[in-house]
Design a protein around this ligand. Sequence first.
Ligand code: AMP
Ligand code: MG
Length: 416
Amino acid sequence: MVQLSSDTFAFGGELMSIDTAIGLMVARIPPVAEVESVALAEAEGRILGAAVVAPIDLPVFDNSAVDGYAVAFADLLEGNETVLPIAGRVAAGEAAGTASRGWATRIFTGAPMPAGTDTVFMQEDVRLTEAGEVVLPRGLAKGANARPAGEDIARGTLAIAAGRRLEPRDVALLAALGLDRVSVRRRLRVSVFSTGNELREPGSALGEAAIYDSNRFALMALIRRLGCEVRDLGILRDDRRAIEAAIGEAAHSSDLVVTSGGVSTGDEDHVKAAISAAGSLVFWRLAIKPGRPVAMGLIGGTPLVGLPGNPVAVFITFAHVLRPLILALAGATPSPPMPALVTADFAHAKKAGRREYVRVTLERRGAGVIAVKYPVDGAGVLTSLTRTDGLVELPEALTRVEPGDTVAFYDYRHLA
Ligand code: AMP
Ligand code: MG
């Protein structure tokens, strides 16, 4: 289990910046250490446990990139076309043998280059004579259309570094290198709760003053997408002792506990007090909007993150606080999402000293892309997430955005 001593953090300020919070969490919390071997077909999304060094060259052998004629460059006339007789034919999957000097070999894409040849003319670029010779135009460079062994990656060199979250393109490289299993970090075990007396399970009767729990379903889906094993621990009542007991129990058997709701300062917000009672509170206010109340604590060495209750704030604090923490705990090398630079189509005033995220849709305008702010921006408006494309990030120092300003845009698909 991921363990952390409670004196790892020290923070006395009011609003902690997101970068400070993430820096603290990521630098100090050791990632899950255990590795396991998985079949290549199951490897996508897992975090590579050990560096992969290429066991073979890629390409495995010198081969042709086109259908055409393989020749020795030294046989070509300089500044003039060359006519060569043709001997032999080699297709993909066939052994190439050795070409005689002064002859061209008929060759197809992926076929090994006959020994003694180094250059391939595309069949579209040549003419055949009545006598069955091939007329090769001048001007082709030595080595053209040939793919030398090891050009892609040489045997013995680093193919993929440890800590990489494997993408389908990485899986392709591993397969090409002939690996059928890879070592990956074991999945992080994350327990997820909701808190709130008003919450009901989707599918049940609502009753008076009740709402359906949406945060837990959002969080379970988001966390599962990061490759974690998710434990659904249901809805907790707004009761300090009940929350304390539940998070204490969950912390015992998880690498991370995530809750939503109940972290503000209202009389019915008990998560903070429950964290302090069950373990220790590290911080609980971040300089982020929406989503300022985010509590982080340690319970017997297990981190707990208490996200706000409002569904939009949950999504945004997941994307910018919880996601980097989960990836770090899971053993992934940090690779923050890269924003796209787009043009704001809106004016917006904000307070200095906190980072703000604005929900926007993108539209093409001329050669550029503009970000249009969603008209309803309450932190509880779920359709403001489902009907937009992503978030514009307004940094701490900024106090105003004007139409025409260049802003950083994060697509939801890169945040979730
Ligand atoms: P809280 O921080 O607990 O006061 O919650 C803030 C707002 O978010 C309230 O309107 C809650 O009803 C709502 N909320 C809290 N948890 C959830 C949840 N799991 N699903 C949907 N809405 C929630
Ligand atoms: Mg509540």
